[in-house]
Design a protein around this ligand. Structure first.
Ligand code: C5P
Length: 233
């Protein structure tokens, strides 16, 4: 299985499934985010699983501990492979999420923390009362996630190297991936798949370079070729 996770950022189930039907479940996992899930509900997760895909449910839960625990239990019952929460929800919330997932019989989903949204820069953080610089805040929240027993964090490739030094076993899930020569879209800091793996990413989240390509199959094949031997894990 490769480290590739394809972000199915589509507005409805039909479009998402049309894309999924062009992908090979042996070559990637898929990510279902807030827009698709809000439109299509748990049925889209089940449809993808029936097609053989392991699903990363990217709903970034952030609420009081009991509510997040309930949401994590529901995700585990759906049989998703990975689910995430905001580390800034605090220790009690993270531990409640961990405990809720651990009661799942069989293989529980991987529980991943979002640290600082990449859309927030230093002044955006200051505006919500956080005067730490964004990188220091990422490290602080990753430490909290590790302490609470989470399996990994979402992070940029740049952050992955530092996080690997501090917490080698914490999985690093990295968006902002663009093959050499591809358009950046709205991503501000991009790296190639092979560079991201070299910098310490364990999983690569790739959306538009595959889903918006004229030929998604060819884009996927090129991406896998570019990752080289590291793509087989
Ligand atoms: O199309 P693209 O490859 O830019 O998609 C990246 C995916 O990763 C999107 O689903 C986006 O929401 C998600 N993501 C991100 N940056 C983060 C966290 C998640 O791009 N910091």
């Amino acid at each position: 299985m490769t480290p590739l996770i394809v972000a199915l950022d589509f507005p409805d189930a039909q479009a998402a499934l049309r894309m999924a039907d062009r992908l090979d479940a042996r070559q990637c996992r898929v990510k279902v985010g807030k827009e698709l899930f809000t439109r299509a509900g748990p049925a889209i997760v089940e449809s993808l699983q029936q097609r053989g895909f392991q699903v990363f449910l990217d709903l970034k839960f952030h609420d009081i501990p009991a509510t997040v625990a309930g949401a994590c239990r529901a995700a585990a019952d759906l049989g998703v492979w990975m689910v995430n929460v905001h580390a800034s929800g605090g220790r009690a919330m993270l531990e409640a999420a961990r405990d809720a997932i651990d009661v799942k019989i069989g293989t529980p989903p991987l529980l991943i923390a979002v640290t600082v949204l990449t859309s927030l820069n230093a002044s955006g953080l200051a505006e919500i009362g956080c005067t730490a610089n964004p990188t220091a805040q990422v490290i602080r929240l990753a430490g909290l996630a590790a302490d609470a027993g989470l399996d990994g964090v979402v992070c940029s490739a740049q952050e992955a190297t530092e996080l690997r030094q501090h917490w080698p076993t914490l999985l690093r899930v990295t968006p902002g991936i663009r093959p050499a020569g591809a358009t950046a879209d709205d991503q501000r800091r991009i790296v190639t798949p092979s560079a991201a793996l070299a910098q310490g990413a364990d999983y690569l989240v790739v959306g538009r370079p595959i889903t918006a390509a004229a030929d998604p199959d060819a884009a996927m094949a090129a991406l896998i070729a570019e990752m080289g031997p590291a793509s087989v894990r």
